[in-house]
Design a protein around this ligand. Sequence first.
Ligand SMILES: Nc1ncnc2c1ncn2[C@@H]1O[C@H](COP(=O)(O)OP(=O)(O)OP(=O)(O)O)[C@@H](O)[C@H]1O
Length: 209
Amino acid sequence: MVAVEPAVAVAGLEKRFGDVPAVKGIEFTVAPGEIFGFLGPNGAGKSTTINMLCTLLRPSAGTARVAGHDVVRERDDVRRNIGLVFQDPTLDGYLSGEQNLRFHAELYGVPRSAVAPRMRQVLEMVGLWERRSDKVLTYSGGMKRRLEIARGLLHSPRVLFLDEPTVGLDPQTRSSIWDYIRELRAAEEITIFMTTHYMQEADCQLWHA
Ligand SMILES: Nc1ncnc2c1ncn2[C@@H]1O[C@H](COP(=O)(O)OP(=O)(O)OP(=O)(O)O)[C@@H](O)[C@H]1O
């Protein structure tokens, strides 16, 4: 039997900022299709780790492979295969939901003929298809987060990184975001790597930094 390559494989991964050891030699693997919750107290190095996995920060030591590619030597391959939903919103409020997604599709070079059907699919998945023509500044906090998730999925990534996907949302909206995340995994065979403080809700494999 051929061994399945992990979606994320980290070995001896370290990051120092001057004298500050932000990440101290961590190891873990995430299997394809898994929902992986990355936990730790404030300052434990979660954001630094996620930034290294997304190729935004270069590790000081160790290795990390994402979707089968090395985060340092095969940076572009990693980038093509991942979606990002970070805490700081990066949507343009003066554009509609649909326009925000179109802009992202161009950035990622999604083939023109694939954009419209894929956009409909991801907007329906997060329940925003009916609101697609409204400006994002008229959306609620939960709707904005759902639009960010839809955008992170638009280019069909193999691994989706979510940094605190439900922070600042009310319990009902949090629970509906978890429903979307679980549905997503079933529908897209995607691997989900997330940081969260809500471990009871997350219902996933957990790893403590
Ligand atoms: N650019 C940087 N320069 C210097 N030190 C940094 C930098 N980024 C992070 N650190 C330090 O690295 C350590 C880990 O920070 P990091 O943001 O990764 O933690 P975290 O687990 O994500 O925390 P939180 O839950 O508060 O977001 C902290 O001591 C932080 O001060």
